[in-house]
Design a protein around this ligand. Structure first.
Ligand code: AMP
Ligand code: ZN
Ligand code: FE
Ligand code: FE
Length: 278
């Protein structure tokens, strides 16, 4: 019974701060996590682990359990793949070197995108993009916001479908990392990796290929997954003996996502199953 009581709770293992494309600081996000009743969280900034130290310190103060986390970008053919890494040692040298390298590559890519926009006579500057990103890893959401703020597009989404979305004239690939490389990076730092929001982006063939490349689990619970999709991915996880995870992918309201926080979560038991797999 005591075990049961300890286990009650909600774990949200997918959310972003200003260290990538979220709008909240680590403290703001964690205070909000406590308010909405989350007992365990993982902050999963894109290709960036720099929120983790602060989150671990705040964990005691706020009484919210913190698991190290990150959302790594990878590519499989034409598909942008997101992999969620958990429970890794966020101070590991190789991991930090890789992230520093990738961060520089992201800045170079932002410069290439701005170059293409300028060729299209869109007078965006790299400075305004970097300002949007602050200290976080630079991504297309920052470019979209900079375009919006400078009055160069009407809406955030227009930036993607007119210019920077896949196949659009100012699209630029990210530095290419295979899912296997990302999985190995997480594994060598003692962590486990999950396929993020499979329902969002790709078909079954890609999913099976990612499983073959060695992921430990699938993110089953996600705002983009219907109940049918959730059941479907649970079935696949069972079939391949994979772990299951989930979360809100909360960005602090940037994508009108305020209502998801506290509503998409997994049980503490599921987190315990992950710990046993480490
Ligand atoms: P990046 O990692 O820089 O390629 O940025 C990827 C992020 O851009 C995704 O996580 C989405 O938040 C956003 N994004 C990509 N494509 C679109 C799109 N067509 N419309 C809106 N947002 C998008
Ligand atoms: Zn994001
Ligand atoms: Fe993602
Ligand atoms: Fe995310």
């Amino acid at each position: 019974i005591i075990l049961r009581l300890c286990m009650a709770g909600k774990a949200d293992l997918h959310m972003h701060t200003i260290h990538s494309d979220g709008t909240l600081t680590t403290r703001e996000l964690m205070e909000r996590a406590r308010r909405v009743g989350l007992t365990t969280i993982s902050i999963t900034d894109h290709d960036n682990s720099s929120a983790i130290d602060e989150a671990l310190v705040l964990s005691d103060e706020l009484g919210v359990e913190v698991i190290s986390g990150m959302e790594l970008s990878a590519t499989l053919g034409d598909h942008d793949i997101h992999l969620l890494g958990y429970f890794f040692d966020h101070t590991q040298r190789d991991l930090l070197d890789y992230l520093a390298f990738y961060r520089r590559e992201r800045i170079k890519r932002a410069e290439r995108i701005v170059g293409k926009l300028n060729e299209l006579k869109i007078p965006l500057t790299i400075e305004s993009v970097l300002e949007q990103a602050g200290n976080g890893s630079v991504g297309r959401p920052h470019i979209a916001n900079a375009l919006l703020e400078e009055g160069l597009t009407e809406t955030y989404h227009e930036a993607f479908f007119k210019y920077i979305g896949f196949g659009r004239p100012a699209y630029e690939k990210k530095y290419q990392v295979t899912p296997r490389e990302a999985i190995e990076l997480i594994a060598s730092a003692g962590g486990i990796s999950f396929i993020a929001h499979p329902g969002n982006t790709f078909d079954e063939k890609v999913l099976v290929e990612l499983i073959q490349q060695g992921v430990d689990g699938i993110e089953v619970i996600h705002p983009s997954h219907s109940p049918e999709r959730v059941a479907h991915y649970k079935g696949i996880a069972n079939e391949y003996f994979l772990l299951t995870s989930g979360g809100s992918d909360f960005h602090g309201g940037r994508k009108n996502d305020v209502e998801v926080f506290g509503k998409y979560y997994i049980s503490e038991e599921e987190v315990e199953v992950m710990r046993r797999r480490l």
